[in-house]
Design a protein around this ligand. Structure first.
Ligand code: FMN
Length: 377
């Protein structure tokens, strides 16, 4: 059995395989509520054989949404909305993860299909007005973007509590895994990176000060998140800019997070770019972030998740076999092929005749395969 399809236990949660569906914002919620779109979007990945399916970044407070369309987990009603989805993921054999997040100075921006920039009059015309945004320092994403207020110490503590409250709601909703979003230029990353944190109090300056908010948040979440369930943390392993956050910072942060009870570092990168919200300065080849997962695993002695341009089963298997990571996260490939894991099983000879497919599809696909074979196709 390839490692990719071998079960893995994280604390007391056992994933049926190592295929993880990476968090993917859909920007399609109203008032943070997951709805039928989110159900259909996530349900396919569980039907498609993934071991762990992550929700998109879900805001811990309304002001922490990236766009008006982001989902949230700041209310019990939202948790109930998620619970319906979690029940279906479980029924299909997958475990369910939720990424909890605060966008900081990237909050209140436009959806990708509305421009992916700062809010303008076209958004207001749709009734989507910006709100007060916050960050480590009063510095916008880049010129022309909303100016954030620097958070006061008391407000930082409130957000830490909001992360913990969100994790408690996620537990009540039945989620198996929580991931704290510490990457992509959002709030926690804004505190971590010297590019966006110019504070002079106990949350800025030295490495220890810049990681304080992230560590406090991990500690607060771990305190309410059940001991038998794993906790993930997504990092932007490198900023990719001179003077920015780099791999030695990530390894040191991972070591500190491990001491707080974080189990897996999900190794992404980028998010701070003067060119806009989603630009990164890290060259993108196949598996371009695998080396980050490998270094964290080796130097911080932690479980890691590799992500980024991992396209097929054999490539994923090589990452696992080389000992670079323990889990493989798939995002865009899963958008174009939600049955990615089942197709990889077939391509790698694990499933020969649709035997692993949902029973509702199996018989029909087997008969079709038989017909195609007779036609020599
Ligand atoms: C539609 C879409 C939405 C995304 N939303 C999130 C998100 O909510 N949180 C996050 O950490 N990353 C998000 N990402 C990044 C992915 O999780 C992933 O790291 C990235 O797409 C690279 O993996 P890939 O090459 O397999 O697509 C998103 C990516 C896509 C394509």
């Amino acid at each position: 059995m390839p490692l990719l399809f071998s079960p893995i236990s994280l604390r007391e949660i056992t994933l049926r395989n190592r295929v993880v569906i990476s968090p993917m914002c859909q920007y399609s919620a109203r008032d943070g509520m997951p709805d039928d779109w989110h159900f259909a979007h996530l349900a396919k990945f569980a039907m498609g054989g993934a071991g762990l399916v992550f929700t998109e970044a879900s805001a811990v407070v309304p002001e922490g949404r990236i766009t008006h369309g982001d989902t949230g987990i700041w209310s019990g009603e939202q948790a109930e909305g998620w619970a319906r989805i979690v029940r279906f993921l479980h029924a299909e054999g997958a475990k369910a993860g939720i990424q909890i997040a605060h966008a900081g100075r990237k909050a209140a921006m436009q959806r990708p299909w509305h421009g992916n920039g700062p809010p303008d009059e076209t958004d207001s015309a749709r009734g989507e007005r910006p709100w007060r945004i916050v960050s480590a320092s009063p510095e916008p994403v880049t010129e022309g973007w909303l100016m954030p207020d620097a958070l006061e110490a008391g407000e930082i503590a409130d957000i830490t509590r909001a992360f913990a409250d969100a994790a408690a709601r996620a537990d009540a909703a039945g989620f198996d895994v929580v991931e704290i979003h510490g990457a992509h230029g959002y709030l926690l990353h804004q505190f971590l990176s010297p590019l966006s944190n110019h504070r002079t109090d106990e949350y800025g300056g030295s490495f220890d000060n810049r990681v304080r908010f992230a560590l406090d948040t991990a500690r607060a979440v771990r305190a309410v998140w059940p001991a038998h369930k794993p906790l993930f943390f997504r990092t932007s392993s490198v900023d990719g800019f001179e003077g920015g956050w780099d791999m030695s910072d990530t390894v040191e942060l991972a070591t500190c997070l491990k001491a707080e009870g974080v189990d897996v570092i999900d190794c992404s990168s980028g998010g701070h770019s003067p060119k806009g919200a989603t630009n990164a300065n890290v060259a993108r080849g196949l598996g371009f972030q695998v080396a980050f997962a490998e270094q964290v695993k080796r130097e911080a002695n932690m479980l890691t998740q590799a992500v980024g341009l991992i396209l097929d089963g054999p490539q994923a298997e090589e990452v696992l076999q080389s000992g670079s990571a323990d889990l493989i996260a798939i995002a865009r490939e899963a958008l174009q092929n939600p049955f990615w894991a089942l197709h990889a099983r077939q391509a790698m000879g694990v499933d020969e005749n649709y035997a692993d497919w949902p029973v509702q599809y199996q018989w029909w696909l087997q008969r079709r395969a038989h017909s195609l074979k007779k036609l020599g196709l």
